[in-house]
Design a protein around this ligand. Structure first.
Ligand code: AVI
Length: 320
């Protein structure tokens, strides 16, 4: 781990290239090829994701912002004064800014993100806007255990954007259970959860007409070319996303347009025409199904808010 002195503190647990190579080869040697969705977020991927959040078809960000704006006061009351906010997947930081505008006297903001460039930009911005606030930027894969700096304050974990839906349910339960153990009784969880809805709306949200989601997905191959010396030719692959009604999830894949062999370093990887790399799941919940899962993980629901169209939900829960 490396630490640094700036307007904010940086704790760097960024995974190394060797970790990346091993993880990628392991995923591509499976019967159903798989790459973890966190790999989508290099600098270019994070920029493309920010662009996705502004697309007319991609409703989750707009719906969640509507909820945060409309209910900022109620949400701030749940969080309470002199709290420390820990944000997972901080991205551009625009959601947390909305909260900070209403929060009474927060003591600290810890941002956790795997994309170091984005993390540093948003930590720097927030530290500049709130001179008295302790800002800690933690570059880490938050799906893996990492150590939180000790702070004698009520902690509230902020996990917006329905990123929780990118975990499979058992993985999600393990993740929340780990946090309920890391936090203290009465600490909070403020989390955005996407709701089940018509498959047409979901399909469009992940197959936008301008192809930004496709570029976001295929950028993963460009990243492997750049960082691992792979030789994927992007035009020989295509974006493929669909709603799996039985599993209540959007599945995102990269599909090979032809039979081909790609090398990563000197390791050959064979693709049949139509074969896919599964790159992401995005689970959709009912308010009830999420509360059940959270309860099994040590969190009880305090309040839930939805947007006017009933597309998205934001929950405040407390550690039991
Ligand atoms: C970050 N995550 C919640 C997004 C989602 O909707 O699952 C990622 C995304 N993938 C394609 N579009 C957006």
């Amino acid at each position: 781990m490396r630490t640094d002195q700036r307007a904010y503190e940086l704790l760097d647990f960024q995974p190394t290239i060797t970790d990346l190579r091993m993880e990628v080869l392991d995923g591509l040697r499976r019967q159903q090829k798989r790459l973890d969705c966190k790999l989508l977020y290099d600098e270019r991927g994070s920029t493309l994701f920010e662009e996705i959040t502004t697309l007319p078809e991609y409703y989750p960000t707009r719906a969640e912002m509507e909820i945060l704006r409309q209910h900022a006061k109620d949400i701030a009351a749940c969080i309470g004064e002199k709290s420390a906010l820990i944000e997972l997947g901080s991205g551009s930081g625009k959601k947390v800014r909305l909260l900070f505008s209403k929060l009474p006297d927060p003591v600290a903001y810890m941002a956790v993100d795997i994309s170091k460039e984005f993390l540093q930009m948003s930590a720097e911005g927030l530290a500049g806007e709130h001179p008295g606030l302790k800002v800690v930027a933690i570059c880490a894969d938050y799906t893996q255990p990492f150590e939180l700096p000790h702070l004698p304050a009520k902690k509230v974990l902020f996990f917006p954007g329905s990123t929780f839906g990118n975990f499979d349910p058992p993985q999600g339960q393990r993740f929340l259970s780990r946090w309920s153990r890391m936090l203290a009784k009465g600490d909070g969880l403020l989390i955005g959860i996407d709701l089940k809805k018509s498959s047409d709306v979901l399909h469009s949200a992940y197959n936008d007409s301008t192809g930004v989601t496709a570029a976001f997905n295929l950028n993963l191959l460009a990243r492997l070319n750049r960082e691992l010396g792979a030789d994927f030719q992007l035009h020989r692959f295509e974006h493929y996303a669909f709603y799996n009604e039985f599993e209540s999830r959007i599945e995102m894949h990269i599909r090979s347009r032809e039979d081909q062999v790609v090398t990563i370093g000197n390791v050959p990887i064979h693709f049949h025409v139509g074969e896919t790399i599964h790159t992401e799941n995005s689970y959709k919940f009912s308010v009830h199904s999420f509360h059940d899962l959270a309860k099994k993980s040590g969190f009880s629901s305090v309040q839930v808010w939805t947007d006017s169209a009933g597309l998205f939900s934001v929950h405040y829960l407390e550690v039991d």
